[in-house]
Design a protein around this ligand. Structure first.
Ligand SMILES: *[C@@H]1O[C@H](CO)[C@@H](O)[C@H](O)[C@H]1NC(C)=O
Ligand SMILES: *[C@@H]1O[C@H](CO)[C@@H](O)[C@H](O)[C@H]1NC(C)=O
Ligand SMILES: *[C@@H]1O[C@H](CO)[C@@H](O)[C@H](O)[C@H]1NC(C)=O
Ligand SMILES: *[C@@H]1O[C@H](CO)[C@@H](O)[C@H](O)[C@H]1NC(C)=O
Ligand SMILES: *[C@@H]1O[C@H](CO)[C@@H](O)[C@H](O)[C@H]1NC(C)=O
Ligand SMILES: *[C@@H]1O[C@H](CO)[C@@H](O)[C@H](O)[C@H]1NC(C)=O
Length: 694
């Protein structure tokens, strides 16, 4: 009798499980986490446009890291995919992150199974790359930023780890129109007509989305890939921001995390980037600022000059790049929501990864029966000229020392003529800087890069260390899919994704045909005309290894320059408050009353934001009086608040009162840190007067 009951219960359990499997097969374990990675929000150059004069002076929204751990329930194999609101992956950040993970988790998470993909925002503080070229515009290495970013990425992975639960993954894809155009169509058109005719557009318009659900079938997060430059914030912007991708995540996460402040979300939506090399959000095309006529098609110039040719995006009429950022973000969000709703294709099959490191400058491979080599890295003149998304950033490099940049002065006199070998190898690139031949003060650009593949059933993610152009990405996806289909590892519905710029940054990758006309992207393809073909070979080899389960040698280790990295950023010596004022005092107070649609603008006496990175915290709170208690209602991560460093120990806080704000009593709280004589850093804070919103 008892046995009968046991059998019955057993059968019921089995039936229940079968039932559940039918609807929500939980064949993966999934962990998801989000954390703050915002570094120094003032007094540091911003990464992306390479404009020495673009110095951060406040905060639009915080930069976040979004981590996804996916575990094969059968084998226990796990991968970690991180999409971070960063200009790019960075070896210095990656190493610091992996070291923190090793201390906590031993060898569970390592360089092989962790991928760090940058969204490519151009609005984050710079200085977190170890190679000297990227430190020229940032006046050196910024240790604090590497520390903030790696701590934040680590925190997001820890949160993901702590939330691991059985779940399911679904995939869907669809076209997102009106959010990107090709900014180098002249280059794109160099690709063979037969190849171009296989595609409807000259940029990829497909958004690919993975939806994660728990055992109950509730959405616990998503990640999608869509290629477009996050350059909606322009090159004169000084507010730190995740740009269009970070804003898209912010907006979608708000919808799924009702009532939480930014940073407290549990449901996480990442908008990762892809083959964005030639893909711009300035969708109305490039025009001359003076004449209003289209720019020269081939050279992106106006009357032979490049300075006045600008790609027009949603901000061009108003000059309001925050509006433009939101507009592109909203397009992303609408599509992502649609794809979340229609993602019903369950992903089954194994979770796996393959990883190796390659010394690109010494890499030889066989191309059409001939052994070919990559070149010592070099930048072409067109790289210096910039793009229509921000012309002329690196202009000052061209041999003048008028900018007074102390870091660049180190190079003058030692800027080497490229060797004949490099000139020959890089042909037809006119070389402005032979970065691969310059080792002073240390390597200018990387030589050793990560080649990484992640597999989740029928989904393959090529984690790439560069900005691949549209056609470069298409060739990579095609070859990897072919190899893995032939090997039976994925089927014809398999999806290959390009994710980057990830792990280590090596500028652009164009096709050889695009390279031949040396626009910006070709000038920035640093290892020469065979760069793409080398990657095709490397990802093919890795795909074969994945399919046949070879052990791949880990490859050479790049040198670590971070402990001897130079910095010329002036430190804060002492913060001095205005006469008869103290830190935390209100200098410009609120009005007594505001109506919805109004804007609150206040100023406080504050120390330099560089004194203390407020990771997972906030420089400000809009507080709301509820009963007799003040509740934090908004923080500096909110889209409707802005924090600005005005210099001379004055900070400004702006709050746009949107229509959804309830009538009531509010106040603004500020918190920061100032430096005393002798170097001690102490906290400060203050309130405005109360005010009402009606
Ligand atoms: C959000 O939560 C509030 C109360 O906490 C509720 O009134 C509101 O309907 C919720 N909104 C959504 C979209 O769920
Ligand atoms: C700002 O944060 C609040 C609290 O999390 C959130 O409810 C609101 O949607 C955010 N506001 C905007 C405009 O995004
Ligand atoms: C940036 O430049 C644009 C175009 O010249 C201008 O309209 C806008 O006001 C500028 N923004 C800032 C913050 O200076
Ligand atoms: C690649 O070829 C170059 C030139 O032939 C040679 O100097 C180099 O040693 C080769 N690299 C490797 C890793 O074999
Ligand atoms: C840069 O400065 C040095 C020393 O002040 C000077 O000798 C040199 O001519 C300058 N170079 C250029 C290109 O102006
Ligand atoms: C602000 O409101 C709080 C709560 O009602 C009250 O205690 C406080 O005195 C008010 N402050 C001012 C300056 O009016």
């Amino acid at each position: 009798m008892i046995d009968m009951i046991k059998i019955c219960i057993c059968m019921l359990v089995v039936i229940a499980q079968l039932n559940q499997n039918l609807v929500y097969a939980t064949n993966h374990d999934i962990g998801i986490g989000i954390a703050d990675i915002t570094g120094t929000v003032a007094g540091v150059n911003m990464m992306g446009y390479a404009m020495p004069g673009q110095i951060a002076a406040g905060l639009h929204i915080r930069q976040r890291s979004r981590a996804f751990i996916i575990i094969d329930s059968n084998t226990g194999k796990r991968i970690v995919f991180v999409s971070a609101d960063l200009g790019m992956g960075s070896l210095a950040v990656r190493r610091a992150t992996l070291e923190k993970l090793r201390k906590t988790f031993g060898d569970l998470y390592h360089e092989g199974n962790v991928a760090i993909s940058g969204t490519h925002t151009h609005a984050g503080p710079a200085g977190y790359l170890q190679y000297a070229l990227y430190q020229i515009t940032s006046f050196g290495y910024v240790k604090e930023n590497t520390e903030a970013i790696s701590t934040g990425i680590y925190n997001s992975i820890v949160k993901a780890h702590d939330s691991i639960q059985p779940g399911s993954i679904f995939v869907s894809s669809g076209e997102l129109l009106g959010a990107n155009i090709n900014r180098s169509p002249f280059s794109y058109e160099q690709n063979p007509e037969g190849e171009r005719s296989q595609y409807k557009y000259n940029v990829d318009k497909e958004m690919i989305l993975l939806k994660f659900t728990n055992a109950k079938g509730d959405v616990i997060g998503s990640v999608n890939w869509f290629p477009v430059h996050p350059v909606s914030m322009m090159n004169n912007n000084t507010l730190v921001s995740g740009d269009n991708k970070g804003t898209a995540s912010y907006l979608l996460e708000r919808e799924y995390n009702n009532g939480t402040l930014p940073g407290e979300e549990t449901i996480v939506h990442a908008f990762a980037n892809s083959n964005l090399g030639d893909s711009s959000p300035n969708i109305f095309g490039p025009y001359c600022a003076d004449t209003g006529l289209p720019c020269d098609y081939r050279h992106s110039t106006c009357n032979g000059k490049k300075d006045t040719c600008f790609g027009r995006g949603y901000g061009y009429l108003t000059g309001d790049d925050i509006y433009a950022t939101k507009k592109i973000a909203e397009l992303h969000v609408v599509k992502a929501k649609e794809l979340i709703d229609k993602a019903t294709t369950l992903i089954t099959g194994s979770v796996d990864y393959k990883f190796t490191k390659v010394d690109m400058q010494n890499y030889n491979f066989t191309l059409s029966g001939k052994v070919v080599s990559l070149c010592k890295a070099a930048l072409g003149y067109s790289m210096i000229a910039g793009t229509t998304d921000g012309p002329g950033g690196f202009d000052f490099i061209q041999g003048d020392n008028s900018t007074g940049n102390p870091f660049w002065k180190l190079f003058t006199g030692i800027v080497k003529q490229p060797t004949d070998e490099t000139i020959e190898c890089q042909r037809p690139k006119p070389i402005v800087l032979a970065t691969g031949e310059m080792k002073y003060p240390y390597d200018l650009t990387p030589s050793i890069v990560e080649i990484q593949l992640l597999k989740i059933g029928n989904i393959i993610i090529c984690v790439v260390p560069a900005e691949f152009t549209t056609m470069s990405g298409r060739r990579l996806k095609k070859i990897v899919k072919n190899v893995l289909m032939k090997k039976g590892i994925i089927n014809e519905n398999g999806i290959v994704i390009v994710s980057g710029p990830s792990n280590t940054y090596t500028h652009y990758v164009t096709t050889p045909e695009e390279y031949s006309v040396q626009r910006y992207e070709g000038g920035s393809t640093i290892y020469g005309p065979n760069t793409l073909n080398a990657y095709l070979q490397l990802y093919t080899d890795l795909s074969v290894a994945l399919a046949d389960n070879f052990i791949v040698p880990i490859g050479p280790t790049a040198p670590d320059f971070t402990d001897r990295a130079l910095s010329f950023i002036p430190p804060v010596i002492l913060d001095i408050p205005p006469l008869f004022k103290s830190f935390g005092d209100v200098i410009k107070d609120v009005n007594k009353k505001y109506i919805k649609g109004g804007i609150v603008e206040v100023e406080f006496v504050g120390g330099h934001p560089k004194n203390h990175i407020q990771l997972e915290s906030s420089f400000l709170y809009v507080q709301k009086l509820e009963g007799n208690k003040w509740i934090n209602f908004k923080n500096d991560g909110n889209l409707t608040t802005k924090f600005k460093w005005l210099g001379n120990s004055i900070v400004k806080i702006i709050w746009e009162i949107t229509d959804d704000v309830e009538a009531g009593t509010y106040r603004i709280f500020y918190q920061g840190y100032h430096k005393l004589l002798g170097g001690k850093i102490v906290p400060e804070s203050g309130f405005t007067s109360n005010f009402t919103v009606s």
